[in-house]
Design a protein around this ligand. Structure first.
Ligand code: ZN
Length: 244
């Protein structure tokens, strides 16, 4: 099973990816991890990435794609993979399609973790963490029993991250929407989009992800069977013609 995971910040994409890794035993390939690994290894690509970063530039799509290609060519990705964090825009998606085709590992699906923005805002702006023990709360969904006090250690330093304010988060979500909506259209056009209702309990969402993937795989097999039947029919027709 070869998939990309799409989802806004706060959509639970990372958690669901992890659960897919455990269930299917395929690697999660995150471009952030790959870049860190490439930098640490000092490989050619790593050095190119480092040069870009040292110059204060973004690592180019070309380098990132080369690193992804190298990673997906490893044997543990033969049974499939979960791409996380890439592609982020249409140009990257199209380039990725080319790389995957050339590896003979085209995508089976693009899983979209669908959560509306209002809920994402609550998830992201409501986060609190305990300065003393690191326990995490959400004022909207999982508040501490006593306001301002940590359930686990009794500490009273529950804090918000500086970048968890509404303006910053609204901006992050807007950027995500603008970049991702063409991606969603791209995968829908290819018949690869698997949209999952990602609101609710983590395990319920995961059940929906798995069910959607199974349904997509069955539909994929069916369309392969259709294609095979069509090819066979065309072949038989051409034989009939020759007989005439
Ligand atoms: Zn605490």
């Amino acid at each position: 099973m070869r998939i990309v995971m799409l989802g806004a910040p706060g959509s639970g994409k990372g958690t669901q990816s992890q659960k897919l890794v455990s269930k299917y035993g395929i690697p999660q390939v995150s471009t952030g991890d790959l870049l860190r690994e490439a930098l640490a290894s000092g490989s050619d690509l790593g050095q190119q990435a480092k040069a870009a970063m040292d110059a204060g530039q973004l690592v180019s799509d070309e380098i990132v794609l080369a690193i992804i290609r190298e990673r997906l060519a490893r044997p543990d990705a033969n049974g499939g993979f979960i791409l996380d964090g890439f592609p982020r825009n249409l140009a990257q998606a199209e380039a990725l399609d080319g790389v995957l085709q050339s590896l003979g590992k085209p995508l089976d699906g693009a899983v979209l973790m669908d959560v509306d923005n209002e809920l994402l805002m609550k998830r992201l702006t409501g986060r609190l963490s305990c300065k003393d023990c690191g326990a995490v709360y959400n004022v909207h969904f999982s508040p501490p029993t006593v306001e301002g006090q940590c359930d686990k250690c009794g500490g009273n330093q529950l804090v918000r991250r500086a970048d968890d304010n509404e303006a910053t988060i609204a901006n992050r979500l807007n950027v995500y929407d603008q970049q991702t909506s063409p991606l969603i259209d791209h995968y829908r056009g290819l018949g690869l989009l698997i949209s999952v209702d990602a609101v609710g309990d983590v395990d319920d969402v995961f059940d929906r992800v798995v069910a959607s993937l199974s349904a997509a795989a069955a539909a994929g097999d069916a369309s392969m069977a259709d294609a095979a039947r069509a090819a066979l029919t065309a072949h038989e027709k051409s034989i009939d013609k020759k007989k005439d």
